[in-house]
Design a protein around this ligand. Structure first.
Ligand SMILES: Cc1ncc(COP(=O)(O)O)c(C=O)c1O
Length: 474
């Protein structure tokens, strides 16, 4: 669909060069044809009136009318009496085509990880919060603000994180950022400025994200293995890393919680090594049959940069996250944030603060906890029925699980065979630093999959998961 501009005469940026010696009419025709061919103007899109375009380009209206008439004759434009001139259907022979893959294929069920239930985004609460803040905040709040974020959100977040995550959080040392992704990048740049040359990350984990952020910061990224107790702190100590990125409350993607002895060992490592811990607390809001695990940040606020996000609790599109900074790092991080984009969008920050303060955020989380708990139960029931021998782990929190495929099953084969049955599956290999496909495991996201889709999807692929279909074996 082309954009339908609501103004009476949409602006259109075209240029004519009076010094070129080429007739102005020819130049304008050429510029319009080009704009249509290369997709800047799309089929059905309305052109400015000849009067407006003439005024914008400093040309006579008659010249623009002649030009439009020529392009009408050539079939580039269409018009009807009394209505605007528009780009004709079929005119854009080389107009922009949609890149393959930008339209998601229709699937029976898509077990893509990392996405919360998008249908449950509390639209009405968000609109209400936005309306309340937009009409009540002082005018100064529309200016560039403190690069750390609005005072209102920093105060609300600090209170919330102290209450719910046992953080040691002072609004002075909270910096609001564009989600975990930006927070990680800023943290690594600040640490690089302090002389950190190597950052370790959990394996399996998010090798692509950490490596990209580290490379951009001029830091080397090294993997450290994770076992059933969380990151192997001895293996970490054997590297020359002076920083580590960890997911202690719910290890991504295995789902294990960092064991108490390992938590202590990790903090000792940071103290002994004069190192920093970047704590990614991405989905702690959702836990089912496990005691809440507080933030490491609360135990060592001088060496832990606590990163949080609303991408799982609300929606990724908000692009809001936060950093609870060690006091000495607050100023450098705020300065990097300022240099990066001058601060997070203020109105959204105010709206989030309002949502949390009003209790509507907590209410949303309570609702989502029961939604995900129900989906988790449906997933387990479907698996026990259609793939009874399949071991599944990592289900104590969050909205993904790890399915352990039979040893002689190829992860890629299962994924491809499931795709042929219109079920989206995703492998653990993408989470491994080596990208190894063995042991064959799937990371099953169920956050954005309805109960009905979970049941139908698992029923469609149960035989693939247990290796009963011989063709899926490597
Ligand atoms: C391990 C992990 N942490 C955090 C996030 C959230 O990132 P962001 O806040 O940039 O959306 C993700 C997103 O999928 C993730 O996989």
């Amino acid at each position: 669909m082309p954009p339908e501009w609501s103004s009476s005469s949409p602006d259109l940026l075209l240029a004519v060069d009076r010094t070129s010696g080429h007739p102005l009419r020819a130049q304008l025709e050429h510029a319009l044809r080009d704009a249509i061919r290369n997709g800047r103007l799309q089929v059905g899109e309305r052109l400015p009136s000849s009067r407006e375009l003439a005024r914008a380009l400093g040309l006579s209206r008659g010249l623009v009318q002649e030009c439009y008439a020529q392009l009408l004759a050539e079939g580039y434009l269409v018009t009807r009496p009394g209505s605007a001139t528009r780009v004709a259907g079929g005119a854009a022979a080389t107009s922009v085509t949609v890149r393959p893959g930008t339209i998601a294929p229709r699937l029976l069920a898509d077990f893509r990880w990392g996405v919360p239930d998008l249908r449950s985004f509390p639209v009405q609460d968000w609109v209400r919060a936005m309306r309340e803040v937009a009409s009540h905040i002082p005018t100064e709040e529309f200016d560039y603000g403190d690069p750390r974020g609005t005072r209102a959100l920093r105060e609300v977040l600090a209170g919330y994180l102290r209450r719910v995550r046992a953080a040691v959080a002072d609004p002075e040392h909270v910096v609001v950022c564009g989600g975990y992704a930006q927070g990680l990048g800023l943290a690594l740049r600040a640490l690089a400025d302090l002389g950190v040359r190597t950052v370790a990350f959990e394996d399996p984990g998010s090798p692509a994200t950490v490596t990209a952020a580290a490379t951009a910061a001029g830091v080397q990224a090294v993997p450290v293995p994770v076992d059933e107790l969380g990151i192997d702190v001895r293996a970490l100590a054997a590297t020359d890393a002076r920083a580590v990125v960890v997911t202690p409350a719910h290890q991504w993607p295995t789902g294990v919680a960092l064991a108490p002895a390992r938590r202590r060992a990790l903090i000792d490592w940071a103290r002994d090594r004069d190192a920093f811990i970047i704590e990614d607390d991405y989905d702690a809001e959702f836990r089912y049959d496990r005691e809440p695990v507080g933030l490491l940040q609360g135990l060592e606020p001088h060496r832990v940069i606590g990163l949080g996000t609303v991408s799982k609790s609300l929606a990724p599109t908000l692009r809001i996250g936060w950093m609870i900074c060690p006091p000495d790092l607050t100023e450098p991080l705020a300065e990097l944030k300022h240099r990066s984009d001058r601060g997070a969008p203020g109105l959204d920050q105010h709206a989030l603060a309002r949502l949390i303060e009003s209790g509507r955020f907590d209410r949303h989380l309570r609702r989502m906890r029961s939604t995900y708990a129900a989906r988790r139960a449906v997933l387990l029931t479907a698996l026990s029925e259609h793939a009874p021998e399949l071991p599944v782990t990592g289900l104590a929190a969050g909205f993904h699980a790890v399915a352990h495929l039979p040893a002689d099953t190829g992860e890629h084969h299962v994924i491809a065979a499931a795709r042929a049955r219109e079920v989206g599956l995703y492998g653990m290999s993408a989470c491994r630093a080596s990208h190894a496909g063995a042991p064959a495991q799937l990371v099953l996201g169920f956050g954005n999959v309805t109960e009905r889709a979970i049941t139908t999807g698992i029923a469609a692929i149960g035989d693939l998961l247990t290796g009963r279909l011989k063709s899926t074996r490597t």
